[in-house]
Design a protein around this ligand. Structure first.
Ligand code: SF4
Ligand code: SF4
Length: 118
């Protein structure tokens, strides 16, 4: 009897619409008009000053070493912020405090998965 019920469910699900949204539809969306969007780094404008990371209220920014530069004969690390979108509360403070306009709050929706990086 249980097998018959299960078989009915299987047949029914074969002819019903999927219960999830197709991914492509979601990818075309934008953030709500009531949201500030999400922070994205413009690397060529960034000086690596860390002001954004120091001011982030949810510790969602980590300064990562991405290379080296030579300053006056000394080799110094080049640091750039990396956003953890799972900690981010999308407040936009990082973009506000950046003196070099190196962070942009974007509104186009992207699909974020664990390990997503800016
Ligand atoms: S994004 Fe702006 S505030 Fe953050 S490290 Fe770069 S220059 Fe500094
Ligand atoms: S938007 Fe707000 S929470 Fe997100 S990284 Fe910037 S300062 Fe941090």
């Amino acid at each position: 009897m249980a097998q018959l019920t299960m078989l009915k469910e299987v047949v029914k699900s074969l002819f019903s619409k999927p219960s999830t949204e197709p991914l492509a539809e979601v990818e075309k969306g934008v953030f709500s008009p009531y949201s500030r969007g999400y922070p994205v780094l413009i690397p060529e404008k960034c000086t690596g000053c860390s002001l954004c990371a120091m001011n982030c209220p949810s510790n969602a920014i980590t300064m990562k070493i991405v290379g080296e530069k030579n300053v006056g004969g000394r080799t110094l690390p080049v640091r750039r912020p990396e956003f953890n979108y799972f900690k981010c509360i999308y407040c936009g403070l990082c973009a506000q405090v950046c003196q070099f306009n190196a962070i942009e709050m974007r509104r186009e929706l992207v699909i974020l998965r664990p390990g997503s990086k800016c």
